[in-house]
Design a protein around this ligand. Structure first.
Ligand code: GLN
Length: 250
């Protein structure tokens, strides 16, 4: 791989709370290891290239999220990339858009169907710090470190059998306990679930940006994009990140 191409998907509509920073973190962590990396911004005016090395989608407000869904559904490039197993990292509205359906602006909207998940509405907005332990499901088997982020959503996401949670909530709400109100109350995976892992997709409600707050998760995305094991990436010693994590996990 001569250049690692990182797709920043629809930053014009998806990118609340500095989620664009996830692509910056990936590029920086690649460059610090001597890997040539570039960010390709893909806006509502562009087609989504299906051959990028990894993809980042951020969060968004309801109307913005609907515009993103319409564009991605019509375009098809991200679906082709997912079918080819290219790594995709999606945050909040990004998670909901990749699922089967979500509610926004009073409507039920069909998502891309790349994650077996349905998002309904909460009575009360989930907002605040969230902390989880990784489930290490599928694509995330190599994760060992706690995950932290900031959540702010009205959506509550119920996972179907093809998706696994990314983390188990220690603090905060995560996907929220919609499982208790569903017909699947015997599905214990839903309890304290945060995010989703399905195929090459990792999705989460964690803003932050999440990859600045969770360097191991950033490196997992890079390792997957490069086709190497996480343990084979050269470690980076960045003091400010260690201090940030210590503060958030305190
Ligand atoms: N509009 C979505 C919700 O409220 C996503 C919000 C976000 O991305 N922060 O659930």
């Amino acid at each position: 791989m001569t250049t690692l191409n990182i797709g920043l998907i629809l930053p014009d509509v998806l990118g609340t709370y500095g989620d664009d920073g996830n692509a910056l973190v990936l590029r920086q962590r690649a460059r610090m290891r001597g890997i040539n990396a570039e960010i390709q911004r893909v806006t509502l005016d562009d087609a989504v290239p299906s051959n990028l090395d990894l993809y980042c989608l951020g969060g968004g407000e309801d109307t913005a999220q609907i515009l993103a869904t319409e564009h991605l559904t019509k375009d098809g490039g991200l679906q082709t990339a997912a079918a080819a197993g290219r790594p995709i990292f999606a945050v909040c509205a990004g998670l909901q858009v990749l699922g089967d359906s979500f509610r926004a602006a009073g409507r039920v909207i069909d998502g891309l169907g790349l994650i077996d998940a349905t998002t309904v509405s909460l009575q009360k907005r989930a907002i605040g710090e969230v902390e989880t332990t990784p489930t290490r499901a599928g694509f995330t088997a190599e994760l060992t470190e706690r995950l932290t982020g900031f959540e702010n959503h009205m959506g509550a996401t119920l996972l179907g059998p093809d998706a696994e949670p990314l983390g188990r909530v220690v603090r905060g709400e995560g996907n929220t306990d919609v499982w208790a109100a569903s017909e699947n109350t015997d599905d214990q995976r839903q309890q304290f679930a945060e995010g989703a892992v399905q195929g090459s997709i990792i999705a989460t409600y964690m803003h932050g940006p999440a990859l600045a707050r969770n360097p191991q998760l950033a490196d997992l995305m890079l390792a997957k994009a490069m086709g190497v094991a996480l343990k084979d990436l050269e470690p980076l010693d960045i003091d400010v990140i260690d201090r940030l994590r210590a503060e958030r996990l305190a």
